[in-house]
Design a protein around this ligand. Structure first.
Ligand code: GTP
Ligand code: MG
Length: 365
């Protein structure tokens, strides 16, 4: 399991978890030379929806220095979540080595990879004298898990520079808002304080949707006063609220529906700059709908060209028999799959585990 660093609060001292840092209070400059008006026209200044944190004060963006303490940090794991039965098996029948290559191609592993895996399986099966269905499934599982493993699949939530900021990007319908809701709930379950930012300001529905998830996740949300407000301003105020309320993490929803690459690049660039006035961006997560097959690949390429993507969230793996797209995407983009969605419910979500994923792919029905 991955370990992360979050703020140490009240009673949560865990003898098994080392306290990493605990400095005395200091005055630090958190908003150097803040020049919000250029980022946030008065007309689009978002209101702060207090949500569950009813005592939060309205943002005061004129303050350019704040007195906050260097947080004491604690090393934590997140509560267990698993891919469960969300991954569809490649095989409806017994596993037949002679058909493996075709099956892998049909499941979107790509022709070259399918050939390689089938050949490697045959070689290993011969070498180890494995012939039965369970033996071959186990061999394939190990082979896939090994090929899918990377050492950068953990979320970047361990450098202790709070608040962590995660930008969530991707085309519309990919599952961004749902992913944010699930992730926020998960973090809350692990006693993290989360702030959500509704920077998909292009349609009222998008903000309402995030608000619904914010309630489920018991987390405050920063949202625009009206449709079409400046997304960078919302992003800015989200981070500002996270700093002011000493939250651990801010997660920002963005719009996928932009006219063209240049608009998208401009908008994400503006959001980035607004965030970076106050905090470091820990992750830019690109959400990809697994059911889009090869289209997912071209979408992913387009986004990685304009946003500095640090990891992939693959959603709707429960809805596809073409789970190989995950393999192809990770390989072709050379970016780690960090999280996966395996359903519409709040807990249908997990860190990507090569082992669990591979198990699902070879499972016997
Ligand atoms: N089966 C399944 N459905 C999912 C998963 N993740 C999201 N969805 C569904 O996909 C649909 C779109 O999800 P959203 O979270 O609204 O997608 P979005 O990227 O925010 O879309 P826009 O706001 O339009 O850009 C919703 O009906 C979700 O319930 C998943 O892992 N599995
Ligand atoms: Mg959305």
């Amino acid at each position: 399991m991955f370990k992360f660093l979050k703020r140490l609060r009240g009673q949560e001292v865990d003898a098994s978890s080392p306290v990493v840092d605990s400095q005395p209070s200091t005055v630090i400059e958190v908003l150097p030379g803040l020049d919000l008006p250029s980022q946030a026209p008065a007309s689009s200044e978002p209101e702060v929806e207090t949500g569950t944190a009813a005592t939060l004060a309205k943002s005061d963006t004129s303050i350019d220095k704040k007195e906050i303490s260097e947080p004491a940090l604690v090393s934590v794991e997140l509560p267990k979540r698993s891919l469960g039965t969300g991954i569809r098996s490649l095989f409806s029948d017994s596993m037949d080595i002679d058909q493996l290559e075709d099956i892998l191609i049909l499941a979107d592993f790509g022709v070259e990879t399918a050939e390689e895996i089938a050949a490697e399986l045959r070689r290993e099966a011969n070498r180890q004298g494995l012939t039965t269905d369970p033996e071959l499934r186990l061999l394939l599982k190990d082979l896939l898990a090994k090929r899918l493993s990377r050492n950068d699949s953990a979320l970047n939530l361990d450098d202790g520079t709070l608040p962590y900021v995660i930008l969530v990007v991707g085309v519309n319908g990919a599952g961004k808002t749902t992913t944010i809701g699930k992730l926020a709930r998960w973090l809350k379950d692990g006693d993290w304080e989360v702030v959500l930012g509704a920077a998909d300001t292009y349609r009222a529905g998008a903000v309402d949707q995030l608000e619904t998830w914010a309630k489920r996740a018991d987390s405050p949300i920063v949202k625009p006063v009206k449709e079409g407000a400046d997304p960078a301003s919302v992003a800015y105020q989200t981070v500002e609220m996270a700093i002011r309320t000493q939250a651990d993490i801010a997660i920002i929803d963005t719009a996928g529906r932009l006219q063209n690459k240049k608009d998208l690049m401009d908008e994400l660039g503006k959001i980035r700059r607004a965030v970076e006035k106050q905090a470091k961006i820990s992750e830019v997560l690109l959400v990809i709908d697994a059911t889009n097959g090869q289209n997912a690949m071209s979408q992913a390429r387009a986004f990685t060209e304009v946003a500095e993507v640090t990891g992939i969230v693959m959603t709707k793996l429960d809805g596809t028999a073409k789970g190989g797209i995950l393999y192809s995407l990770q390989k072709e983009l050379n970016l780690p799959i960090k999280l996966v969605g395996v359903g519409e419910q709040i807990n249908d979500f997990a860190f990507f585990s090569p082992e669990e994923f591979a198990k699902g792919l070879v499972a016997k029905k």
